[in-house]
Design a binder for this molecule. Structure first.
Ligand SMILES: Nc1ncnc2c1ncn2[C@@H]1O[C@H](COP(=O)(O)OP(=O)(O)OP(=O)(O)O)[C@@H](O)[C@H]1O
Length: 331
């Protein structure tokens, strides 16, 4: 995992255990608009089959970053390599490995889902049986087989978004880039979109997923870059990021009985950092509570505490964002 201090690009630490070449390697990307450094030295790496999240609030620079990654916006500095190909040197080849699903819908409302896919498939160079097969596969993957013959203008916002994703998938890219795919969609479509992404990554596709929803990053992504004010503030697995907060889990043992004895018994356990007693029972700060909890409960009850309830509150990516930026992730 890496963190960056203000004014520096987030360094990417080489992973000694990694053997396969990255699908995406981004180094020191910068994009300036007037006085604003919209993207200010972003470096990241996506490995084959990995789902990588770019998590940050509106205006953090996520869209600008992925437009540069997709070769649609020229960086002021930095480089992008897709499957080993330099985007600046050979954009056609580099783009061939990418599927980009933008925030804005790019579908023809009068055409059916199937015809939209056929049309965009041809644009992507697919023909004949391969085009036909891919259209049917993609319709199934995004869950639109039932409505495939209806004009897409009759679709809900979520269904249109799913069709948009399907278009990005037709040519079987090595890396699919999704820009906030669930913003403004109904819960059913949101669920379908998240399921489709999970299915794709199970099938080996790498995904770069931008979102300002912490829950989506937590649920979907193998690694996450926390982005704010044009910079990657930290990147790593969810657990690595959460460790940055430094605070251990909070465990509440609610109950009565021999509280003082129980307090003495649990506070000597190695995972327990601190214990306080209150009207509810005992409140502990614990490192790795999910594994330590069984021992804690046993020690407390053996010491004569009668337990009514046990609660573990874990730090999450929201706490990480607050820790790194001093602000809440949600507006
Ligand atoms: N073409 C442009 N000209 C001037 N400023 C821009 C331009 N594009 C983006 N910006 C600014 O750059 C910053 C980053 O924007 P960007 O769209 O990349 O953020 P984001 O994280 O994707 O947020 P959102 O989800 O709202 O799109 C914002 O302050 C935005 O106003």
């Amino acid at each position: 995992m890496t963190t960056s201090s203000p004014g520096t690009a987030a360094p990417v630490r080489p992973d000694q255990t990694r053997t396969s070449a990255p699908v995406l390697q981004v180094d020191g990307l910068v994009r300036v608009y007037g006085d604003l450094r919209a993207v200010d030295g972003v470096s990241l790496r996506v490995d084959p089959g990995e789902t990588f999240g770019l998590l940050g609030p509106n205006g953090a620079g996520k869209t600008t970053t992925i437009l540069m990654i997709a070769g649609l916006l020229r960086p002021d500095a930095g480089s992008v390599h897709v499957a080993g190909t330099d985007m600046a040197a050979d954009p056609i080849r580099a783009k061939g490995h990418l599927g980009l699903v933008p925030q804005e819908l790019a579908i023809y409302p009068e055409l059916s889902a199937r015809d939209n896919l056929r049309f965009f498939g041809r644009l992507q160079g697919l023909r004949g049986t391969r085009l036909k097969t891919r259209v049917e596969e993609v319709l199934e993957l995004v869950g639109l087989e039932d409505r495939s013959r209806k004009p897409s203008k009759t679709f809900s916002g979520g269904m249109k978004r799913r069709l948009n994703i399907g278009i990005g998938l037709l040519h079987e890219p090595t890396l699919l880039i999704l820009d906030e795919p669930t913003v403004g969609v109904d819960p059913q479509s949101r669920h379908a979109i998240l399921e489709s992404v999970a299915t794709l990554t199970e099938a080996g596709m790498a995904v770069l997923y931008t979102t300002h929803y912490m829950e989506e990053a937590e649920r979907l992504c193998d690694r996450i870059a926390v982005m704010d004010e044009g910079r990657v503030q930290a990147q790593g697995t969810r657990d690595e990021l959460v460790e940055l907060v430094g605070d251990a889990d909070v465990v509440v043992l609610a109950g009565g009985g021999a509280l003082e004895v129980a307090e003495a018994a649990v506070e000597v356990l190695p995972a327990v950092q601190r214990v306080t007693r209150d009207a509810e029972g005992l409140r502990l700060t614990v490192r790795g509570a999910p594994t330590a909890i069984a021992g804690i409960v046993t020690a407390a009850t053996d010491a004569g505490m009668s337990l009514h309830d046990v609660q573990i509150t874990r730090p999450d990516l929201e706490s990480v964002f607050l820790h790194l930026t001093g602000r809440a992730l949600r507006d």
